[in-house]
Design a protein around this ligand. Sequence first.
Ligand SMILES: *[C@@H]1O[C@H](CO)[C@@H](O)[C@H](O)[C@H]1NC(C)=O
Ligand SMILES: *[C@@H]1O[C@H](CO)[C@@H](O)[C@H](O)[C@H]1NC(C)=O
Ligand SMILES: *[C@@H]1O[C@H](CO)[C@@H](O)[C@H](O)[C@H]1NC(C)=O
Length: 331
Amino acid sequence: MFSFRNLIIVLFLALAYAEPLKVRDTRGITQAELNQFELLAQYAGAAYCYDNIQNGTGNTVACTREGGYCPGVEALQTVILDSFFDVGITQTAGYVAIDRSHQLIIVSIQGTSIASNPIDALTDLNIARSKTTLCGKANTVDGCLIHDGFWQAANDVLPIVETTINISLAMNPDFKIVTTGHSLGAAIAALLGAKLRDDGHIVDMYTFGQPSVGAVDVSNYIENQAPAQGNNYRVTHYNDVVPQLPEHNLDWGTWDHYYPEFWISRQNGTVQASDMLVVTGRLYETGGNEGDKTGLGVVVDLIEGLPAHYVYFNPISGCDANAPAAVASSG
Ligand SMILES: *[C@@H]1O[C@H](CO)[C@@H](O)[C@H](O)[C@H]1NC(C)=O
Ligand SMILES: *[C@@H]1O[C@H](CO)[C@@H](O)[C@H](O)[C@H]1NC(C)=O
Ligand SMILES: *[C@@H]1O[C@H](CO)[C@@H](O)[C@H](O)[C@H]1NC(C)=O
């Protein structure tokens, strides 16, 4: 059992490592921004539904049949331009779709199936990083270290996704490209978005419950791509544990996030624009989602913070929870 003395030591260590509050903007967001976040959260969740990612090309994006929640998207009759499944050694899945009402070309990536096996999926987060060339001249601190699995997955799907984007953009030159995803899919969507920007596209990235993708160089690089090459909307919810992973103290404390973070500050109930706080800051930010750690270590954070991971405005991974067992366990 956890003795009182140990608790004091843990608290002391937590305090010792806490850094002073960084620059932090606590304004809310506009109603229009909130509407956009709620829409993209539905597109992100729809990547868990097998109807959309397996043989889905030509269909409209749907979630209800598989137990997911995307009524706003279903009403729009968004056509899937390309669905992809089991791509590359990372077996990445997702879809590219066209939303004519909002003039968007949407790339949505499915993460490893977290609902079916959260502990396995989350321990996957601790695997190695490698130096990459993504950051170019911004490669000054750590060699642009990126999580191997996320980086491989983004590279696996890039040619497929970009071929579809280029064709549909040629026919719809005024449309905007967005990448999105939840959880591990969010991490892949962020790196994919950064690479599409490098190819000359302007891409807005909407990620929900995204873990850290790498070290400081990559955060600098993605921050500096905005706003000229597209905006970064990294949405977190309350004490969701996944954006707090991998822990900073793994690999010498250099796992980092790009900012701003759009933090849903309320745990339950209907999110209002004023409930979403824009958090700016860097490395070991003590506000927003990071500031909601228990200070009692990752195991306690995991127990406390997993429920919030599955709710981004509404349940986001309903299709994952209902995935056929054989499919879910392969993820
Ligand atoms: C669906 O896609 C899978 C692989 O993506 C393929 O093996 C299967 O034959 C397809 N099924 C149909 C009905 O097209
Ligand atoms: C898509 O278009 C971009 C920008 O024009 C270009 O850099 C890229 O090579 C193209 N990719 C594919 C797969 O067609
Ligand atoms: C909010 O949700 C958490 C779990 O997600 C639950 O334990 C808690 O009771 C809820 N609080 C309220 C006020 O509904």
